[in-house]
Design a binder for this molecule. Structure first.
Ligand code: HEM
Ligand code: HEM
Length: 184
């Protein structure tokens, strides 16, 4: 079943969820690692890692666009009925914040590169600069990109712990509805 039903996520939403979870966690780990490398001299390894981070960061932006479009055009599976109202609101709010971050992170990274005067490439294509070179804005965007990443890390911890708690402690269908149904 490609599309969502009101009971469970369809194949497209499932694939996008898990592919993007891997990609975003990978980008956070790579981002934290590479930005900690020393700048002294011409650090070839750091430059190469930033290059990959930017390419895969733009891929995340494209996937986020496809995912958002798919979500808008699909029914949203219901949250389990026995969930208290406040938890329903928090769960949906976290999902909404994830969508915000899936756009804000790559766009802030792209703006940051433009402000630094360094072009962004996407697998061979040179993307346009979003803003003019400006040192003050570059420094500001580094901070914005970093704090957005910290927000993403915090939300992933809350979201993944809630999912695991539902699966192993409450033993309900929450996690199963976004995993392949192996009984069929
Ligand atoms: C969802 C996508 C992205 C995530 C999760 C992400 C995450 C991160 C993280 C965690 C850091 C380290 C922050 C720090 O400690 O300072 C970082 C740094 C960086 N990111 Fe991203 N990023 C994403 C997309 C992008 C994109 C699309 C670009 C550019 C086109 C980009 C450019 C950079 C650059 C240049 C740095 C190094 C900043 C510095 O000099 O310290 N990022 N990113
Ligand atoms: C970067 C990491 C992650 C992000 C950005 C993310 C984002 C999302 C979003 C936006 C949804 C709502 C459905 C949709 O629009 O696709 C969702 C649903 C869900 N996610 Fe994640 N997720 C991540 C990682 C994880 C992990 C690691 C787990 C499990 C340990 C998990 C378990 C779930 C479950 C069970 C649902 C279904 C919730 C429901 O509708 O009741 N997610 N996720």
């Amino acid at each position: 079943m490609l599309r969502n039903t009101d009971q469970r996520y369809g194949v497209v939403a499932m694939v996008l969820h898990w592919l993007m979870a891997l990609l975003l966690i990978g980008l956070v780990v790579l981002g934290l690692y590479m930005s900690g490398l020393p700048d002294v001299g011409f650090n070839k390894q750091k430059i190469l890692l930033i290059f990959y981070h930017k390419e895969f960061g733009i891929l995340a932006l494209l996937l986020a666009t496809a995912r958002f479009a798919w979500r808008v055009g699909n029914v949203l599976p219901r949250l389990i009925v026995q969930l208290p109202d406040w938890q329903k609101v928090v769960a949906r709010f976290v999902h909404l914040c994830f969508y915000g971050l899936m756009f804000a992170l790559p766009i802030s990274g792209w703006l940051m590169s433009s402000a630094a005067g360094i072009p962004v490439y996407f697998f061979g294509f040179r993307l346009p600069d979003l803003i003019a070179q400006n040192e003050y804005r570059f420094q500001l965007l580094i901070d914005i990109h970093m704090w957005l990443s910290y927000a993403l890390i915090g939300l992933i911890v809350v979201h993944a712990s809630a999912a695991l708690r539902h699966h192993f402690l409450s033993r309900d269908n929450t996690l199963r509805k976004i995993l392949p149904d192996l009984r069929r």
